[in-house]
Write a protein of this length. Structure first.
Ligand code: FES
Ligand SMILES: [Fe+2]
Lengths: 436, 168
């Protein structure tokens, strides 16, 4: 029996996610946000089984370019080797373990370990060992390169790794998310987007899954972000809400398969590509018109409208978010513990952008997003308050995600419903329950 | 011999320090409208990203890059009880040292200073923001005003500092 009443059935036969179609309720046991065991199991069942975002091709443009980062808990060198092949190498010396590449980013001729001086080529192969006459004849240097991650693939310049050798290929894994990545990339006339310099790296003292929910949860916008809406209103943007709606426009929440999900909303808040709002200033109007004209010529009216007039917050399961809204942000996050995550966020833009267009994109970005934006700090607060509330997870066991449960299958789930949040939780629960 | 003296040329460090300490007082006591009064009509406020402290906000994603229009909106937001990240407002205390006039160009005085800002909230560990200020000051009706303030954090990443939801 799926009893949500506190103190009766405990975990309801061990299930942490309960869907009761009859009662039209969907519940998540708050243990999933606090338990060290769940946190450990997630590392194996989710982060070691799924495709995890590493970085974007534009970050390693030239041979020898590298970025070091933590991906799924491992130190990784994301680089383009001297022969121009992108790589994801595990940043741990084959000798006795030290981190080999210590800089955040740069261009390397080789990777040099400071401990005993082993050096590696940019493709990972071992290049030289100081004093190698001390090794026996059978000692095989050719097997002692930096270890490459088991799987490493990209979709339209977004690179992912997978620690599961037997995982399906990335394109299959991405399923319906591909279409939504395409809509982002279509902003560029040449289909080439780039990560803009400057990274926002900040922690949230909350469970990582709360940020998945929050990134696509449009139910919270009016309450959590009323000061941002005021700013929009003060700037002359029309934010009036039609009767019977929670937000100025009515969008949907969508299941994209394999745990991926998105919102898909008519835009009211402006888009650098290509919808003018008053904040951009009168002199930006002609420029935005020109961007739009190029879109229409290249993609046709319908698709151009799809690209330019909708906002889409996309979750690629489990921990990549691409928000194509007031600007485009690529947001990645990783748990440091059950109640602690680190967020890394970048801005993404078409490579063709002029200086004025780029400046407008960045200005629009900071209006809403990021640790100094008008909205994100309040999201952080909401998540941290939820985490604090979970201290009473034994007494208040279930979180509720039932919005939209009463709808029939052919009625769309709204962006202010929780249908798309349930997509994440179903997949999460499925992977956790498959885990031995 | 009657060439008018450029007012900027007569500035002293004591006058600059008075302005910076007064500003610190206003910010730490959340007298934000009074603080706006210290700015020129076209002032800007920048917090560069931790990995690109010398970046240009037109090409680099900053943490904060406010022109005066958005800065005024930021103050409206900070005073609103629905500014959840700062409700109730954080207790902050900023210590400012190493104040120097680093250059005078036309009517603009460049100033450098170091800061240590402590921030306290209920149910949260204290946070300490350390870094340097870079100011551009100009005179309006004889009084020194802030035309630009750039807040450069020393931390390699924001990390446990979390959001920058109050004025640094
Ligand atoms: S650990 Fe790298 S050379 Fe010894
Ligand atoms: Fe939000």
């Amino acid at each position: 029996m799926n009893d949500r009443t506190n103190g009766k059935n405990g975990q309801a036969n061990g299930h942490l996610v309960l869907e009761d179609r009859k009662a039209q309720t969907f519940s998540v046991n708050r243990e999933v946000f606090v338990s060290p065991t769940v946190f450990e199991d997630e590392s194996r069942a989710i982060f070691d089984k799924c495709w995890i975002y590493v970085g974007h091709a534009s970050e390693i443009r030239n041979p020898g370019d590298f970025r070091t980062r933590n991906v799924a808990g491992r130190p990784i060198i994301f680089c383009r080797d001297r022969q121009c092949t992108p790589r994801a190498l595990i940043n741990s010396c084959r000798h006795r373990g030290a981190i080999v590449c210590r800089e955040r980013e740069g261009n390397a001729r080789q990777f040099y370990c400071m401990y005993h001086g082993w050096t590696y080529h940019t493709d990972g192969k071992l290049k030289a060992i100081p004093g190698d006459d001390a090794y026996g004849e059978k000692f095989d240097k050719s097997t002692l390169g930096l270890v490459e991650v088991p799987r490493f693939e990209h979709y339209r310049d977004f690179y992912f790794l997978n620690f599961d050798r037997d995982a399906p290929d990335l394109a299959t894994y991405l399923a319906g998310a591909k279409e939504y990545i395409d809509l982002v990339v279509d902003q560029s006339p040449s289909g080439r987007m780039e990560i803009i310099s400057g990274v926002q790296e900040y922690d949230i003292k909350a469970n990582w899954k709360l940020l998945v929910e929050n990134s696509v949860d449009d139910y919270h916008l009016v309450t959590t972000h009323s000061t941002w809406l005021n700013y929009m209103r003060n700037s002359g943007v029309n934010i009036s809400v039609p009767k019977g709606q929670l937000l100025p426009t009515k969008g949907i929440g969508k299941d994209l398969g394999n745990g991926h999900l998105t919102t898909d909303n008519p835009n009211y808040r402006g888009r650098p590509v290509a919808k003018w709002i008053s904040i951009y200033g009168e002199d930006a109007k002609a420029d935005i018109d020109a961007i739009r004209k190029e879109l229409v010529e290249r993609l046709g009216e319908t698709r151009a409208a799809r690209v330019a007039d909708t906002n889409r917050n996309l979750v690629v399961f489990p921990n990549l978010v691409i928000n194509d809204g007031s600007s485009v942000t690529v947001r990645n996050f990783y748990p440091l513990g059950p109640d602690h995550m680190r967020v890394t966020a970048w801005a993404l833009g078409p490579v063709e952008e002029t200086e004025a267009q780029r400046a407008r994109r960045l200005h629009a970005f900071l209006t809403f997003y990021g640790p100094g934006g008008f909205a994100t700090p309040d999201d952080v607060t909401a998540l941290e308050l939820a985490q604090q509330g979970f201290a009473a997870w034994r007494e208040v066991q279930w979180s509720d995600l039932s919005r939209g449960m009463g709808k029939s299958a052919n009625e769309p789930q709204l962006h202010t419903d929780e249908g798309h949040l349930r997509v994440f939780w179903r997949r999460w629960s499925e992977l956790m329950e498959q885990h031995p | 011999m009657n060439k008018p003296v450029d007012p900027a040329a007569t500035v002293t460090r004591a006058e600059v320090e008075d302005l910076l300490y007064h500003e610190a007082e206003l910010l730490d006591s959340w007298r934000l409208d009074d603080w706006l009064g210290l700015l020129t009509e076209d002032a800007a406020y920048y917090v560069p990203p931790n990995d690109k402290p010398d970046g240009d906000h037109r090409f680099t994603l900053f943490t904060i890059a406010d022109d005066i229009v958005r800065l005024r909106e930021r103050i409206i937001r900070l005073k609103d009880p629905n500014c959840h990240a700062e409700f109730p407002p954080s207790r902050t205390r900023r210590l400012i040292t190493n104040v120097r006039i680093t250059g005078i160009e036309g009517d603009t005085i460049s100033v450098a200073a170091n800061f240590d800002i402590f921030r306290y909230r209920r149910n949260e560990p204290p946070r300490e923001f350390v870094g340097r200020y870079r100011y551009k000051l100009q005179r309006r009706n004889g009084a020194l005003k802030i035309a630009e303030r750039r807040v450069i954090l020393d931390a390699e990443e924001l990390g446990v500092l979390g959001s920058v939801s109050f004025l640094l």
